[in-house]
Design a protein around this ligand. Sequence first.
Ligand SMILES: NCc1[nH]cc(CCC(=O)O)c1CC(=O)O
Length: 320
Amino acid sequence: MQNNIQKKRVRIATRKSLLALWQAEYVKAELEKHHPGIEVELLGMSTRGDKILDTPLAKVGGKGLFVKELEVAMLENRADIAVHSMKDVPMEFPEGLGLSVICPRERPTDAFVSNRFNTLAELPQGAIVGTSSLRRQALLREQRPDLEIHDLRGNVQTRLSKLDDGQYDAIILATAGLIRLELQDRIRTELSADICLPAGGQGAVGIECRLDDHEMIELLAPLHDARTAACVTAERAMNRRLEGGCQVPIACFAVLNKAEDEVYLRGLVAKPDGTTVLRDEERGAPENAEQMGIALAERLLDAGAQEILSAVYASGNAQA
Ligand SMILES: NCc1[nH]cc(CCC(=O)O)c1CC(=O)O
C-alpha cells in the first residue's frame, strides 16, 4: 500500500459532556499535528447513558450505554471515528467496527474529593460518600463498612455540584477526568491502587473506527501508544473473560515496567457490600497480555468470583 494519505476529512462522533469533548478535541489536535492540512470535525451526540439520569447507572442495563449511538453513526457513515473513555467501551464490537488506537494513559487512579475532609480515613463514622460504581462502593466499604454510599450520577461537573450542594461528605471520581477538565485542585487525595484498584481501561482514551477504512486506520496510527495498549489489553481480556464492564464490582489494572518487558496485572472481584474481595495478580511479557488477563480471570472464577457475579446479576444490580 502506498504511504501518501488521501483522506483529508475526519468526522469524530463524540458525546457532548465536557470530558468527552476534551477527549475528542485531544484526538483532533493530535491528528492535525501529525497530518497538517487535515480537516477534522466534531459531531456531538447524546447517548442513552447521557439521557437516563434519574436511575442508578447499575440498574439502567444494556451494554455500551455511552457508545451505541456513536457506533451507529459510524456504521451509517455519518461519522468516521468515535473517541471513547476505554473504561466505558464494551468488550465486543458491532460487526465491522473495532478499536484501532489506544492513546497514552492519563493517571489511572480514583480520586477522593471533598470540601471538608482530606482522606478516606478522616471521614467521620457514617459519613455519606457518593459514587454510582459498584467497584468503588465495594472497595470503600471494605475499608470503611460504616460509610453510607449514595448513588451519584451525571457528568463530572454535575457530580461536583452535587457535592458542593452538601448532598455528600465526599465523592469518588476518576483522577483522569478531573485532570483533563483542569479540576485537579478538587482532588484531596488519590486513592492508591492497593485500596481502590481502578476499573479496566480507566484513564485511557481509545479510538474506534470501521475496520475496512484502511486509510483512516493509517491516519490514526501515530496516535497509538503500544505501552498503554499492552496494559489495557490485559485488563480488557480479564473483563471479557469475567463478562464484566464498569458496572460490576470488578477491578483490573496493569502497569508495564521501565524495561517494557513485564506487565504486572492486578485484578479483583468484590461483593458489593465489601465483605468479600477476591484479589489476585499476574505477571508476564507484554506480548502475552491477552492470555494473562484470561488466566487471572479464570483463577478469580475458581476462587469464587462466579458465585459473586451471579448473585450481582440475579439481584438486578448490574447490567447483564
Ligand atoms: N463512567 C464515566 C467515566 N468514564 C470515564 C471517566 C473518567 C476518565 C477516564 O477514566 O478516562 C468517567 C468519570 C469518572 O469515573 O469519574
